[in-house]
Design a protein around this ligand. Sequence first.
Ligand SMILES: [Zn+2]
Ligand SMILES: [Zn+2]
Length: 137
Amino acid sequence: MSENPKLDADAFYAQQEREHNEMLDQIEVEREEQEWFDANEDYPTEPEWEAQPCQHEGCTAMGNPCWLPEFDKPEGHGDEPDMWYCDAHMHGSGFCRGCGTFWGGIESFDFGSGFCEHCESEFDDDFDDEYYDDFDY
Ligand SMILES: [Zn+2]
Ligand SMILES: [Zn+2]
């Protein structure tokens, strides 16, 4: 039995209070982290696949995921990218530099900007907006 039970009780409650505050701080930190993840849902911090180097012979740049058409996919390949090419080699290998979809053999793509119709139409939308903003009617 302590000689000063009052002091012990104070110390006990002070300790309780500290632990309680630490717990509240921890909850606050977790809540902020969760809010950040919710707000950044569209931007996963981890890539979905481990990035692979460009498959172009002799190229050491990191590749972007490239996708073969559904019917060309090797059996059991799942959702993994089919090929990996860097920005410089995507177009030459037949893949859109925007979305990584295979468009090789289509004349308008092979001789175009390196972006497929879909990606180009998105650029056009952006371009139009900017164009009209600057334009004085
Ligand atoms: Zn390359
Ligand atoms: Zn594209």
